[in-house]
Structures are given as structure tokens and as C-alpha cells.
Write a protein that binds this ligand. Structure first.
Ligand code: PEP
Ligand code: MG
Length: 323
């Protein structure tokens, strides 16, 4: 498939009305790294660090993590990489951790909640990330932040870890950006101070959609019932774009929908300027972005929104057929 899109691999994704969209990739395994060059991705928008924890049968050592993250940064050759801290719980259970018996794991003790309640592993991972940078710029994001206070607490852990590293005489990253994943509707309504303080926000659309519609992402019966192009969801995305725009906070979208061409161009039309997706999706998404007029699409979407909550997709499909 990458051969098919070879001619546009090194082309920037610019729409016919001149809007530049950054296309970055999702990764998590060493095997994903060669795709950075092959796909034309401008960087890694989401590195899911839990995969390295899930493929083992014991907790990795800090030194192993340092070596691993270093390899990721080496392979990126200066392209930006966003490391997401351990996102466990819910559907991702570590075989060597005590299982928690929760009636509703998706709403349970997961991701940053585990990191804040039991900070040992999070501190170890933060140290490993800071060391792996060896003075290069570093971006870290926390998953599943539901309220400002959690971001603040996690950021305080980072600051403490930096201080410790400094005392130990380790080289610190040249620049350090700490971001948050917006995966619960609550964070979209956080105090403006959150958007002022956070370095960047990334919408985890897979989780955000499941909580927005209260429809389990793992449950086939309900998963497909609610469309990403549903008027309510698109309005919500637009609201997040507006909130980030007030403080100039960089915003990206890293759920599976970013890699679906029709959904991707609609997200771009709502104002998303960075899309992070599996490497194989970059070609198809770019190919469509190069042909659309986002201003036109935005008008079509705005118009369809008055007609019914499912009216956007047919209107957009009609526009795309006529291109
Ligand atoms: C998401 O929720 O959209 C996301 C990118 O994270 P994950 O799929 O790993 O939960
Ligand atoms: Mg998620």
C-alpha cells in the first residue's frame, strides 16, 4: 500500500484552500519504527509505552527502558516523538501485576489514576524517559486525564523527577513538553488555566467517543451505533478546538478515526491540524486531504447539522463523490 502513495510520501498535506495538516504516526513496538521513513510521517504523535510492558512477563528494568526509548529517539532522527506514559488497566492488564476486581474496568482504576495512586512505576518511567533523551528535546503525555488537578499532580511528579535527575548529575532534555490526552468529556470543560498550563492536548478519540456516547468501544453490539460524524460529536470536537485556540494550545487527534480518510478530513474541517494514525493510513488520508477544500467542507457540515444528527455523513460523501 505504501508503494501506491510513494509519489506523495514526501509532500506536505496541504488542502486545496491552503490549510496545512500535520500527519504523524502512532507506534508502540520497535517493529513500528522503520515506518517513520516509509510512511512519510512527520513524527510520532503517540508512542504507546504500555506495549513494551505488556509483551513481557515481568516488570522491565529502568535501564532496559532507557535503552528502548533511546532507540526510538535515535530512529526518529530528530523528528518529534510523543511518549505516552503507561496506559494500563481497563483492556490492558499487565500479567505480572495484581489483578483488580472491578465491575467496570473502563471506568475504573486505569492509566494516570494508577500512576498517581502508586507513583513508583510512573517515577521509574519518567526517569527512563528523561535519561533516554540525552539532552535532546522530549515530549511526554499523560493518558486519561479527567481533571486539571490530575494534570497538575502528574506535572509535579515530573518536576520532582527532574530535580532528582539534576542532583544525580544526569543530562536533562534540551526542551521538555508535558501534554495531556483528552479522553473524557470532563476535561473539555476544565478551567481555562488547564489549557494555559498544558503544553499540548491530544484527543484520544477511541476513549472519548466511548464515554461521550456511553458506548463500550469493545462491544460490537453498540460500538458501531454512534457515528464519529454524528452532529453531537463533531460539535464537541469543535468546542475543544475553540478552547485550545483561546490559549494557543497545540491540539492533535490520535484515535483510530484520524486514520480513516473521510473522518480525517471532517476532523480537519472542524479545526484539527495534527492527525496521528497508524502508518499505513498516512498515504490514504494525505491523498484525500490534498483534494479537499476545508472551508467548503466546513460549510457542508454546518449546513447538514441543522437537518439531523446523522445528516453529515451523506452530505460529506456527496461532496467527495463530486470531487
Ligand atoms: C484513544 O483512546 O483514542 C487512544 C489513542 O488511546 P488507546 O486507543 O490506546 O486507548
Ligand atoms: Mg485511550
Amino acid at each position: 500500500a505504501q508503494e501506491r502513495y510513494a509519489s506523495i510520501r514526501n509532500k506536505p498535506a496541504i488542502t486545496t484552500d491552503g490549510q496545512r495538516i500535520s500527519l504523524v504516526m502512532n507506534a508502540g513496538l520497535m517493529a513500528d519504527l522503520p515506518s517513520l521513513d516509509g510512511s512519510g510521517a512527520e513524527g510520532v504523535g503517540l508512542f504507546r509505552t504500555e506495549l513494551q510492558f505488556l509483551v513481557r512477563n515481568q516488570m522491565p528494568k529502568r535501564s532496559e527502558l532507557v535503552a528502548l526509548y533511546k532507540r526510538v529517539l535515535d530512529a526518529a532522527h530528530g523528528k518529534p516523538v510523543v511518549f505516552r506514559t503507561l496506559d494500563i488497566g481497563s483492556d490492558k492488564v499487565l500479567p505480572y501485576m495484581k489483578p483488580t476486581d472491578e465491575p467496570n474496568p473502563a471506568l475504573g482504576w486505569r492509566a494516570i489514576r494508577v500512576g498517581l495512586d502508586k507513583p513508583g512505576v510512573m517515577r521509574m518511567q519518567l526517569q527512563a524517559l528523561l535519561r533516554s533523551a540525552e539532552g535532546r528535546p522530549l515530549s511526554i503525555m499523560f493518558p486519561f486525564v479527567a481533571q486539571f488537578e490530575e494534570y497538575r499532580a502528574a506535572k509535579a511528579e515530573v518536576d520532582k523527577t527532574i530535580e532528582r535527575e539534576r542532583i544525580l548529575g544526569h543530562v536533562l532534555p534540551a526542551e521538555l513538553e508535558i501534554g495531556a490526552m483528552l479522553e473524557t468529556p470532563s476535561l473539555a470543560y476544565a478551567p481555562q488555566k488547564f489549557f494555559d498550563e498544558v503544553a499540548f492536548v491530544s484527543i484520544g478519540g477511541n476513549d472519548l467517543k466511548q464515554f461521550f456516547f456511553a458506548a463500550d468501544r469493545e462491544n460490537e453490539r453498540v460500538r458501531k451505533r454512534y457515528d464519529t460524524l454524528n452532529v453531537s460529536f463533531l460539535s464537541f470536537i469543535e468546542r475543544i478546538v475553540e478552547r485550545c485556540a483561546i490559549s494557543g494550545t497545540p491540539l492533535s487527534f490520535c484515535g483510530e478515526d484520524a486514520g480513516r480518510p473521510v473522518e480525517a478530513v471532517c476532523l480537519a474541517a472542524m479545526g484539527i491540524r495534527t492527525l496521528s494514525m497508524r502508518p499505513a493510513s498516512i498515504g490514504p488520508v494525505k491523498s484525500l486531504l490534498l483534494r479537499v477544500d476545508l472551508g467548503e467542507l466546513r460549510k457542508i457540515i454546518a449546513d447538514a447539522r441543522h437537518r439531523g444528527d446523522q445528516a453529515v455523513r451523506p452530505a460529506v460523501m456527496q461532496y467527495l463523490r463530486e470531487l
